[in-house]
Design a binder for this molecule. Structure first.
Ligand code: 3SL
Length: 246
């Protein structure tokens, strides 16, 4: 398996100008979109449908029965006014989301998903579901897999890179010897090896962790949850462009 890591969606090669194509894209936004997606689906949400733009989300979600939908919106770490939910994974309880379609837009994570939505297989990963992601990757015979961080508005994010490193580490521990095809993949593995025993400490140091804690110290609960390795056996997978299901 050839593994590439891209720190942000902007660094992903443009399908229109490259012949390079992965068999599988794994989108990562540990703080917090992909942690929330894994949690929502594990809590029984019917699907999570993602949008880069809030206007498009509002238009498409109108066509869904109102009792069976929830609108989730985050900008700058805060819930979008008038939406049912923000992006705290802790709000996605079975009582709230079971049977519902979640129409979601976040600052960075949903943009990353949109960037690779034409890849044959698209998964989402967070620290809480790395085991399920790696189990799936090992069971397939993918030639080339891209691990894509969401970053923050075009910049590198420690938490997404450490998750990419955790995936690479698990693939190696399982006895596979993946080819680490770019420097980012080597660096991601090194970051994970350095921080694997203190993932919460890394999330607290990360600029987006700091941003969230600056909004409210209550977000420490979110960071703690997002740092828990392999908590859920949940594998969100794109079933049609922009629609993730188990
Ligand atoms: O950028 C994103 O997509 C979000 O996950 C950011 S936040 O953690 O909800 O602030």
């Amino acid at each position: 398996m050839i593994l590439y890591v891209f720190h942000t969606p902007e660094l992903v090669p443009d399908p229109a100008t490259t012949s390079q194509e992965p068999d599988c894209a794994v989108v990562i936004d540990v703080l917090r979109a992909t942690t929330t997606i894994a949690t929502a689906l594990s809590a029984g949400a019917e699907a999570v449908q993602v949008f880069a733009e809030l206007g498009e989300l509002e238009a498409v979600s109108q066509n869904w029965p109102s009792a069976e939908r929830l609108r989730a919106g985050e900008r700058g770490g805060q819930t979008v006014a008038g939406f049912d939910l923000g992006n705290s994974p802790l709000d996605y309880t079975p009582a709230r989301v079971a049977g519902k379609r979640i129409f979601m837009s976040t600052t960075n994570g949903t943009r990353s998903l949109q960037r690779v939505q034409n890849t044959p297989v698209v998964l989402t990963a967070a620290l809480i579901n790395v085991g399920a992601v790696v189990e799936f990757l090992l069971a397939q015979s993918f030639q080339q897999v891209w691990l894509i961080g969401s970053g923050w508005q075009g910049s590198f994010a420690l938490e997404d890179t450490v998750c990419a490193g955790a995936i690479i580490h698990r693939v190696q521990v399982a006895g596979q010897d993946p080819q680490l095809a770019n420097d980012e993949a080597v660096a991601a593995l090194a970051l994970y090896q350095q921080w694997q025993d203190n993932l919460l400490g890394l999330l607290q140091k990360a600029s987006h962790g700091q941003r969230l804690l600056g909004l409210s110290s209550d977000y420490l609960e979110d960071l703690t949850y997002c740092s828990r390795l392999n908590l859920l056996d949940s594998l969100p997978r794109q079933k049609e462009p922009g629609v993730l299901m188990l």
